[in-house]
Ligand binder design. Sequence first.
Ligand code: UDP
Length: 483
Amino acid sequence: MGSISFDELSAPKPHVVLFPFMSKGHTIPILHLARLLIARDLAVTVFTTSANRPFISHFLTGTTVSIIDLPFPHDVEGTGIPQGIESTDKLPSISMIFEFALATERMKDDFERVLETLPRPIIFMVCDDFLWWTQDSADKFDIIRLSFMGMSAYATAVCRDAAYSGVFDDQKHHSDDELIALSRLPWISITKNDFSPEFFNRDTQSLSSQFHAKVFATIARRYGQILNSFYELEPVFVDYLKNEVAIKAWCIGPLCLTQPPFRSTSTTSAGMEEDDSKPTWVRWLDQKLEKGSSVLYVAFGSQAEVSPEQLREIAMGLEESYVNFLWVIRKNESELPDNFGERVGERGIVVSDWVDQMEILKHESVKGFLSHCGWNSVLESVCVGVPILAWPFMAEQHLNARMVHEEIKIGLRVETINGSVRGFVSGEELRKKVKELMEGENGRQVRKNVNELSVMAKKAVEKGGSSWQSLDSLIQETCDKAM
Ligand code: UDP
């Protein structure tokens, strides 16, 4: 177990405990939050596992955050927790999400042993909704627990209203792609395919049902929820959650505007050259900027799994669009079509390292983002004023894509060959939509919209802005209760 530096915590500063889930999309915003809380003069402790510690300490370099890594006990008897997970360091594959999330409960005893020893007052803790069992620990030590799911207010509200409207009800036989109007958000039409298939799983014995039952039961017990968003981006949905669903929610984002003061999070030296601390892809972007060229950034987050056939279609679409592109792939580059690199030449660069996505998006040459619409990616694009070509793969990404395209209108959307919101996308469709985003009239309109939102995002986190005030009121309220 990692050791805590009590020296740093000995001052009677109010203390906040953070426990992110062990995936990058869930961890990164919580690390931004850690910086934000330290800037508000609070002491912060982050819980994690040993394999995640290096990423977290690198991300929080130069801060006073204490990091505690918990072990993963293999010998917990009779907990009913599924076997087959060797550690809680990293989700082995998205298909193991429920086994993995359920297995995290094995860390509870160690978590509580350390929690008991931390300096008081702990004014609140923020734990991922996937770590539902931390609510028991919070109750045991009488600590206010706020949950974090990393979703937009839009997606959270649509899921709530869909449940209310009977979309998940097996008595209502809608076909998967039939548009269904929501009851309380009636201008939104949604299909069953916009939701994760697990929402429709009626097998109460399944891991997915067990997991959801635990998470939902805990949601009712938490003190409130942190939203990584800003009020001006989705006022109707924030109000809906607060007023109609009666959730205590604090909208304190975009957390990505709390940027760490370093350039690349790459853990290897790959992509770097000795004479220049900039990664090669950033120097490539610099060259494009010097020539006055614009670039499409292509990336699908840390979890999306792209089939080899789909990868080839993307390659074809990018090649035939004749735009400049920087494409981050989580696969081996050898799966790309033969001679792809030679055919696109200087026009494109493919990167398989971990990149600092925010640094790329902020680069002045980047004028479009072909994205899977993970919520962090959407927010990052909003913050830097880069319009999106939405291509969702899983989780709540389909809802985010609808939001991007239909609600806040900061992006276009690719269509699948079968017309469903899920499915294969042809190279020709990609070519067409990439051109439209980068050069067309629709692209111009969504670029204008996202630029306006980008200004509002920055205002929201400035002193006196909506997110700034929201965090202030949270600290005030929890300090009053804890001290
Ligand atoms: N990210 C990054 N470098 C990469 C891949 C991802 O910095 O090479 C970051 C990205 O900026 C975002 C997070 O990882 O903050 C991914 O979260 P998102 O919600 O967009 O997608 P997920 O990975 O959860 O599907």
